[in-house]
Design a protein around this ligand. Sequence first.
Ligand code: 13P
Ligand code: SF4
Length: 319
Amino acid sequence: MHGRVTGPRETERRIGEIRARARTRNADLLAHNYQLPEVQEAGDFVGDSLGLSLEAQKSGAGVIVFCGVHFMAESAKILNPEKTVLLPSLSAGCALADSITPESLLKWRERYPGHTVVTYINSSAEVKALSDICCTSANAVSVVRSLPGDRILFTPDRNLGRWVARQVPEKEIVVYDGVCPTHDVLRDASVDRVKLGHPDAIVIAHPECREDVLALADEVCSTSGMLSAVERHPEARTFIIATEWALIHQLKKRFPGRDFIPADGCIGCRLHCPYMKMITLDAIERSLRENVFDITVDPEDAVPARRALERMMAVPRDR
Ligand code: 13P
Ligand code: SF4
């Protein structure tokens, strides 16, 4: 049923049906900012990785339908072992999370004894379980600053790790060699070209972008942090957005009078996360109807992974 073409009224009707079914199942729909616009519209809560983890804990529902990728649903399960957490498609993985395995982390830890391991939430439960603390793009700098140790091993995102290292020069930060292909594909040359047509635009970038792109940015923040960043520029009309294209749906909704342009100048072309787009209205309907796919985590990993996540959640957002 993928690829079915429907008009806006039909989409609205299906969203209404999904929401009604969710209520009868005592289910909350949590949706990431990169979800398809219609999936965002179906969500009870739309946010970034940190916001979704916090919301999963606050939710009074017995079932969480996680409209995001696997590591996010897994984190929600680790934090809420008593709840049923459903991921509507098992194809919703994450290339960055796959770039580190427990075996590769153990090798890195051996090479850097005495380092505190800070692991980005974009990682498996097994990798989190081998880490001292987690972070998201919304609190990575504060997490690293909060640690008593001065020697850090930051995994797995190289671009985020290097960006944190530039903000916290007083600590020695060794960075693992993983990237998010969706963000790492962008170059400063593309942003410069878009900026030529909009010289007064404010550039907002996600810290998973490369250093050359971040050097052009007026603001560097998590996906939900980008909404607050727009508020900090009341005079600006146009914004160039260096992250996955679907975030622009939230920005347009919140700020209807402003213009938002994808940083590659091409909506839906390169700044596209194929994993996030595995979650469709069809998949959510099936998830609610058939109770799929029930996310489980081995308790041997869940207990230490929860410790690393809870340590992170005690640290406030960067701003
Ligand atoms: P946020 O935590 O900023 O929403 O980012 C998650 C992510 O996967 C970015 O690629
Ligand atoms: Fe993973 Fe990148 Fe997709 Fe985020 S955008 S979920 S880091 S592949």
